[in-house]
Ligand binder design. Structure first.
Ligand code: AMP
Length: 282
């Protein structure tokens, strides 16, 4: 399995694959790989000849320096995990200066309003950072297909918008959320939870499942009140936001209508660890 750190060697390898007529799948990650990431890599392997997995903790998408500093990093462990499933994967793990040089800043994007909802309200500049790194990586990897998890559903919608607006020649494929047995959505940040916090965090998915059952008979504002109360009684979790939104525009909605697609979204803190999750309501 190849592990590349320089964009020049990546470029040469990609060119060789393209010359051989091989299709390229791409899975961008920040490492600390878990089964959720592996499910994306497996999907990519099933649809493409070669798969590039980038492992890069992108500084420009963090609005909180402590979160960036504490983000788990273990390249050797990540590589071992990937080796267990395939030798057709190329790991691209550059240093920050290989990507940004001395200019560690974001480009400014408009994603037609998607960026102002939910995560955009609470993580200033986050989606400019995401757009910047994904656009740079797409230019380097030149993938035919790129795979993103519905775990970060707003990010997935934003990447689709990035591709549409910048006419990038890549197909974006959304992949389902992989969960721990308790229902907690897998996340690299879960590693930082204590055993007790991890057990309690399963409440997030339970709340989402209840909302799925009730939306239609109850309105969004009734459910918002219910979720707020529910979190008040969960001493180890602090709700940051809960929203029910149109699944395409991500704008908040009040009532369920026939023929529309909806999703519910939660961000909550367990101690200083921020967790997000979402569920389709149709
Ligand atoms: P990250 O390393 O957190 O930036 O995630 C890299 C990719 O893996 C993103 O497209 C995420 O949405 C996706 N991902 C992370 N966790 C999960 C999960 N539990 N299930 C499915 N995809 C996930």
């Amino acid at each position: 399995m190849q592990i590349l750190k320089e964009k020049q060697s990546l470029k040469e390898q990609i060119q060789a694959y393209k010359n051989d007529g091989l299709s390229i799948g791409f899975v961008p990650t920040m490492g600390a790989l878990h089964q959720g990431h592996i499910s994306l890599i497996q999907k990519a392997l099933s649809l493409c000849d070669k798969v590039v997995v980038s492992i890069f903790v992108n500084p420009t998408q963090f609005d909180n320096p402590e979160d960036l500093e504490k983000y788990p990093r273990d390249l050797e462990k990540d590589v071992d995990r990937i080796k267990k499933i395939s030798d057709q994967v190329i790991v691209f793990s550059p240093a920050a200066n290989e990507i940004y040089g001395s200019n560690v800043t974001s480009e400014e994007f408009s994603f037609d309003g998607l960026e102002h909802q939910m995560e955009g309200k609470f993580r200033k500049g986050h989606f400019n950072g995401v757009g910047t790194i994904v656009k740079k990586l797409f230019e380097m990897v030149q993938p035919d297909k790129a795979f993103f998890g519905e775990k970060d559903y707003q990010q997935l919608q934003i990447i689709k918008k990035l591709v549409e607006k910048h006419h990038l020649p890549v197909e974006v494929i959304g992949c389902p959320i992989d969960r721990e047995i308790s229902g907690l959505a897998r996340s690299s940040r879960n590693e930082r939870l204590t055993t007790e916090q991890r057990q309690n965090a399963a409440a997030i998915y339970k709340v989402l499942q209840q909302v799925k059952e009730d939306f239609g008979t109850k309105s969004a504002s009734e459910l918002i009140d219910w979720v707020r109360d529910r979190f008040r009684s969960e001493s180890s979790l602090e709700l940051e936001y809960f929203e029910i939104a149109n699944a395409d525009t991500l704008r908040p909605v009040e009532e369920k209508k026939e023929g529309e697609k909806y999703r519910a979204f939660i961000a909550a803190y367990s101690g200083d660890i921020r967790l997000i999750d979402n569920i389709a309501l149709n």
